[in-house]
Ligand binder design. Structure first.
Ligand SMILES: [Zn+2]
Length: 237
């Protein structure tokens, strides 16, 4: 038979366990929210990176266009000059310059084409990154809303259970409460059954003195404690 004080302590322990569980769940919420926020931030960062890449490529393209423009201006000038020269060697020298310039323009145009392809690829990356965020954002936001709602519910539940814990402490005598609190501060559960001579908390065998104390009628006034872990043990027939 369970003594009245142990019965009361078991009720208290049951509510305390519930209270601790709720507190742990509430404590976990901010980290869960932060995890979702990190996902959003990572998706936004991917967009920013793609946008920066795109801007960089576009400014490179502009620089190249300026270079091509001035090279073409030079080329036009040489061609005009070539029309007016009379000496053959001068004509040939200009022809050489023109060929070199044409080569340079061709090279620059090749580079420009490469950049244009790179711009297309960067645009695709940018659009893809934007699509990821657009598709996920409502899911992320509703996940955060759900977590916050859960937190509110858990807090309400915790307030209730905390009141229940206080109510469960009322009928327990001061000495038993002090023992309970001392053990609870260290480890839960506090009150455990003896099963085949073993403590239900640490699963180690208790001494025969503890076992008989737990079985004895004096269990009402003398709380038996496991000699291994210090938990309160009771006899479970
Ligand atoms: Zn034990």
């Amino acid at each position: 038979m369970l003594s009245p004080v142990l019965e009361k302590l078991l009720i208290l322990q049951d509510r305390d366990t519930k209270r601790l569980g709720l507190a742990a769940q509430i404590k976990a919420v901010p980290a869960d929210v932060a995890l979702v926020e990190q996902k959003i931030a990572a998706e936004k960062a991917a967009i920013d990176q793609a946008r920066d890449e795109l801007r960089h490529l576009e400014s490179q393209k502009k620089l190249l266009e300026t270079e091509i423009g001035s090279a073409e201006d030079k080329l036009a000038k040489y061609r005009t000059q070539q029309l007016s020269v009379k000496k053959n060697d001068e004509y040939q020298a200009l022809g050489h310059e023109i060929a070199t310039m044409e080569g340079q323009v061709g090279e620059l145009e090749g580079k420009e084409l490469e950049i244009m392809y790179a711009i297309d690829a960067a645009k695709e990356r940018f659009n893809a990154a934007e699509k990821v965020l657009r598709e996920n954002i409502s899911g992320h936001e509703s996940r955060i809303a759900t977590l916050k709602e859960r937190e509110t519910n858990l807090e309400a539940e915790l307030a209730e259970v905390t009141a229940e814990v206080a109510a469960a402490r009322e009928p327990v005598g001061e000495p038993a409460l002090r023992v309970y609190d001392r053990i609870a501060a260290r480890q839960m559960p506090v009150v455990v059954p003896l099963q085949h001579g073993k403590c239900g908390g640490c699963h180690l065998k208790v001494s025969s003195e503890v076992e008989s104390a737990a079985r004895g009628k004096s269990a009402d006034t003398q709380l038996a404690t496991c000699d291994q872990c210090g938990r309160l043990v009771y006899w479970e027939s």
